[in-house]
Design a protein around this ligand. Structure first.
Ligand code: SF4
Length: 509
């Protein structure tokens, strides 16, 4: 047996020779040459991101940079690099500035972008939230490029909302009295803050503590302001409930989230062009439902692309009298489902002691006079009008004196001092036309496509980009975070649908 391996295989009878492995020396220092250009392959998505970001107008990002020609000063990071870094990071599911900074040290794609430099996480973090208008313009600019390449037509846009968790816990919600108590304490602590030079601790530690106290006081003040807003806007049905605001993110609202759980979050509204599933509008709302979100969604699309969609497709959460009328005024073809009327599990008339022979069917309505006549021959005149889920509710009432003197009162309106009332339900002409349209096969076929288009970006943003919970706090910042995610989504679609096929075509020539 002439080698070690053979010696091992038949080692029962022979002495085993030493196995020679290559030594690993981790104490050595090495200098290596790196060809930065070759760190990533030719069709790597990071090249596509850099290329696209380089095509659009980034001037609004440069406007805030103060530089004087001919004077000394530290150069700043190019906004093209910072935008590209954030978009590439989001596309890889990375949304932490600290993590991106770490990746710049060793990850080839990040190294290619930065040319082997490392960008500080403070710089990245500040950049993400400091350019609100510039980010909105960048979103529009990219849509312009996608539109030019035929990926956006606005012929059919589908809108849907999804709840994203806020950076706050359930336990951070406090009632007004508790918030006021905490605020008083925080103000007292801020007032007692002394000169950092007089403290025994290091100035850095003292200043950090002072900043933390100030921020806590500001958040508590904001939470109280939000409580006042909530008290003004809360519905009659919830008037008895005491409102609460979060001390971590006062602008977050408790809403129904995935898997039927309630928690602090925001309602992210996304409008998607049905053709190539490109996001043409993104907004964030504090509303727990989508009832009032359709018209703002259309306005965002118009702001981004300079024109309204020809057709909007939405689910039953959006379709109500107001949104149907609003789309009709704008001459936008609305395709959607009307919410099903829930049948009451109890009979309110029976509960009030009204006998079946005095149910509304026993009252005669006269269109010319807009009045009802009751079984006793008395008139019920129009009193009020209210809107409920796409229907007008017109209330009519009999004179109290007629009912008091009526022999049927104990069967028609027992215990009522104001006189018998009843409600006539009526749909507007626009609603009738909308319902007739939704009965057609064509509208039903279009509506069937809704879930596949409208819910696709939400799934992508949550699964690939990882936006299940916001890192930032406050409506303005979470909106920016949502725009960064949607911008990344659009660029990923552009890479998939345009950039990669073009590269493949070039390579095959
Ligand atoms: S109680 Fe009033 S509404 Fe009812 S039948 Fe008599 S008059 Fe008419």
């Amino acid at each position: 047996m002439g080698n070690d391996k053979g010696g091992i295989q038949s080692g029962q009878s022979q002495a085993r020779g030493a196995v020679r492995c290559k030594p690993i020396d981790r104490r050595q220092l090495m200098l290596r040459s790196v060809d930065v250009e070759r760190l990533v392959e030719e069709d790597h998505p990071v090249r596509a991101i850099w290329e696209l970001v380089g095509q659009v107008d980034l001037e609004p990002f440069y406007e805030g940079i103060g530089a004087v020609e001919g004077e000394a000063g530290r150069p700043v990071w190019d906004p093209q690099l910072l935008v590209s870094l954030w978009i590439y990071a989001y596309s890889q599911g990375v949304s932490s500035a600290r993590e991106i900074s770490g990746l710049c040290e060793y990850h080839p794609a990040y190294q290619w972008l930065t040319g082997l430099e490392v960008v500080n996480h403070h710089t990245l973090s500040d950049f993400r939230v400091e350019h609100r208008e510039a980010l909105d313009l960048l979103f529009s600019e990219v849509l312009g490029v996608l539109s030019h390449q035929g990926l956006v037509t606005l012929k059919r846009v589908m809108q849907d909302g999804t709840k994203v968790k806020a950076s706050a816990s359930d336990k951070s919600f406090r009632r007004k009295a508790t918030l006021e108590k905490h605020l008083a304490l925080a103000r007292q602590q801020v007032a007692q803050m002394g000169d950092p030079r007089s403290e025994e601790l290091s100035q850095r530690v003292v200043k950090a503590r002072q900043r933390a106290l100030r921020e806590k006081r500001e958040r508590l003040e904001e939470a109280l302001r939000e409580l006042e807003r909530m008290e003004v806007s809360r519905s009659k049905s919830s008037e008895k409930k005491e409102v609460r605001a979060s001390t971590s993110d006062p602008q977050a609202r408790v809403m129904l989230q995935a898997k039927g759980a309630y928690g602090p979050g925001y309602n992210v509204q996304v409008s998607t062009d049905a053709g190539a599933k490109i996001i043409v509008g993104v907004g964030v709302s504090q509303s727990a439902n989508d009832a009032a979100e359709l018209e703002p969604g259309v306005e965002r699309v118009e702001e981004n692309l300079g024109q309204e969609p020809e057709q909007m497709v939405v689910d039953a959460g959006y379709t109500n009298q107001d949104s149907i009328e609003a789309m009709a005024r704008r001459e936008i073809d609305l395709i959607g489902a009307l919410p099903e009327r829930k049948k009451a599990s109890w009979d309110p008339l029976k509960r009030r002691g009204v006998r079946v022979e005095f149910y509304p069917e026993a009252f005669r309505y006269e269109v010319s006079t807009d009045r009802y006549t009751c079984p006793a021959g008395k008139e019920l005149v129009y009193e009020t009008r209210e809107q409920h889920a796409g229907w007008w509710h017109y209330r009519y009432r009999a004179r109290a004196s007629d009912c008091r003197a009526c022999a049927f009162q104990d069967r028609c309106c027992p215990g009522t001092k104001k006189g018998r009332s009843l409600v006539r339900r009526e749909q507007t002409a626009t609603l009738v036309a909308f319902q007739a349209k939704m009965e057609t096969q064509e509208a039903k076929e279009i509506y069937k496509q809704r879930a596949g288009v409208a819910e696709f970006p939400h799934a992508w943003i949550k699964e690939k980009i990882g936006l299940r919970q916001f890192r930032l706090r406050g409506l303005v910042k979470v909106t920016m975070e949502a725009v960064w995610a949607c911008l990344t989504y659009n660029i990923c679609q552009w890479i998939r649908l345009c950039w990669k096929p073009q590269r493949l075509a070039q390579a095959s020539i």
